[in-house]
Design a protein around this ligand. Sequence first.
Ligand code: URA
Length: 211
Amino acid sequence: MRVFVADHPLITHKLTVLRDKNTPSPVFRLLVEELVTLLAYEATRDVSVEKFGIETPVTATVGVKLSRPRPIIVPILRAGLGMLEGIVKLLPTAEVGFLGIKRNEETLEPFTYANRLPEDLSGRQVYIIDPMLATGGTLIDSINYVFERGAKDVTCICLIGAPEGVAAVEKRFGDRDVKIVLGALDSHLNEKGYIVPGLGDAGDRLFGTAD
Ligand code: URA
């Protein structure tokens, strides 16, 4: 497993505005989209491509295009939906599948309540998007789910991670082809499972408090 924490002033600047509790939802949504596009640039560094020939106005040359099978993007409902636009801008031909995983707020254990993914993910590169890597429970379930269906490798894009969550994913998938791309690695989780300093509940800040 590899972990990449973005170290770019523009990313930190945009994250700072997201963290501010006074940032309203429309601005929050826009910034999430921009941040995901920036993080997706790093996250897709290993995307599979194949060579093919083209003619420029000057000469014949060889370029690359995305390999088949196409990569698949999996937003974790509901907060991951807020990240979708930001990554499909960069990978417009990718397929999109959905996983609905929710935390039990008392036990902090995740459970799967919706899934719209191909049964067979053999040879597919999977991009899981979820804004907050907190305990790691949701991400571990999601990664496990796609590996069980044959995924070749898994890249997770999260805006903010907690060390506890990164350690939990590392413990479970340390020897697998998993990459985690974070906008920031924060201090710790509080007793309610929120990332500190974090940005609060990402789903609520994106979409309001409807459950
Ligand atoms: N989920 C969130 O939305 N925020 C956190 O801080 C932790 C989990």
